[in-house]
Design a protein around this ligand. Structure first.
Ligand code: KG4
Ligand code: ZN
Length: 336
């Protein structure tokens, strides 16, 4: 069984071929760089860029896998959540290929795809577990009694964690998307240089990052551009510590309350080196198993979509050619 995965929900045109046991035969990602100058993704530009790049990306994925289209047994495609125009490009291409080959097509929830990125290197991760999905558009903490069943424990009340990284990066003149750059600069900075606020909210599992973002903005204005440049590494480290402190606390408390010893990270911010290090260290101390995908599989890619698709296709799920894009589809409401 070979599955072609297609991902176009935001600013990555991506395709991958995987087979049984989530073995990746190819994984090709084309990132749209033109959004950088606008400080964020411009939806109309994104969908036009997908139109140009998705076929060459699929061709490369097939070539890398050493097969032709006839070697594909099923197609998995992101159906949402995401930018509607971008999703429609992926869905249109996926339907066209599925129809012409006469193979099954399955729509995948993008967030569930992020979770499945964990299984590519480690197909046998047992359930139950808690899973923190942290990306440019989402910050959601789930309890997963078994794969396919998602109970939302908490989510952000305003900005997503990745969005906070990206907005602070723009304030610091680091461009978009800036999470990785902040991570790199923070590695050489002092996290105790400035105490930015942590939004602990109440005893629940919700998150809030907009207050922290405003606190950084006010701090930068007070400091002035010259001093900001001099202390940019310390500012990055102090901001990053404020985000990661909250993420780590929520994960550990959720694992304790849900009585599970397993934590999974998913989504672009799961690539953050401090988060990975801190959670692994705490995990070792407290007897917890902490999993996260390799960094290239944390950010958007086709392999995670194909992996999630394979899971459901092997269990007999499929969609029809009337499959619709869903800009705001949620995880945990019905199967896949
Ligand atoms: O999952 P993803 O590729 O796209 C969405 O589905 O949103 O996540 C992208 C997000 C961006 O906000 C980016 O800045 C952030 O992930 N990101 C990071 C790191 N690498 C990517 N944030 C913090 N540290 C990183 N190393
Ligand atoms: Zn994503």
């Amino acid at each position: 069984m070979r599955v072609l995965g297609i991902e176009t929900s935001c600013d990555e045109s991506a395709a991958a071929v995987i087979e049984e046991n989530y073995r990746v035969l190819s994984n090709v990602v084309s990132t749209q760089l033109m959004h950088s100058r606008y400080g964020g993704v411009v939806p109309e530009i994104a969908s036009r860029a997908h139109l140009r790049s998705i076929l060459p990306v699929i061709r490369s994925a097939l070539q890398e896998a050493g097969i032709g289209l006839e070697g594909i047994d099923a197609i998995a495609v992101t159906r949402g959540p995401g930018l509607i125009g971008s999703l429609l490009v992926g869905l249109g291409v996926a339907k066209g290929i599925a129809y012409s080959l006469g193979v099954d097509i399955l729509g995948v929830n993008h967030l569930e795809g992020h979770i499945f990125a964990n299984f590519i290197e480690n197909p046998k991760i047992p359930s139950p577990f808690v899973c923190l999905i942290i990306s440019g558009g989402h910050t959601e903490l789930f309890f997963v009694p078994e794969l396919g069943e998602y109970k939302l424990l908490g989510q952000t009340r305003d900005d997503a964690a990745g969005e906070a990284f990206d907005k602070v990066a723009v304030m610091l003149g680091l461009g978009y998307p800036g999470g990785k750059k902040i991570d790199q600069l923070a590695a050489e900075g002092n996290p105790h240089y400035h105490q930015f606020p942590r939004a602990w909210l109440d005893d629940g599992f919700d998150f809030s990052f907009s207050g922290l973002k405003t606190a950084v903005l006010n701090y930068l204005e007070k400091l002035g551009p010259k001093r900001v440049q001099e202390r940019i590494k310390d500012i990055c480290a102090s901001f990053q510590a404020a985000v990661i402190d909250v993420l780590v606390e929520r994960c550990l408390r959720a694992a304790e309350e849900m009585d599970t010893e397993r934590i999974l990270l998913a989504g672009g911010v799961a690539a953050n080196s401090l988060l990975r290090r801190r959670l692994s260290l705490k995990g070792e101390r407290d007897g917890l198993q902490v999993h996260y995908p390799p960094p290239p599989l944390c950010t958007d890619n086709g392999a995670m979509v194909a992996a999630c698709g394979l899971f459901y296709i092997e269990r007999g799920f499929k969609d029809g050619l009337d499959l619709r894009a869903e800009a705001t589809s949620k995880l945990g409401e019905g199967k896949c």
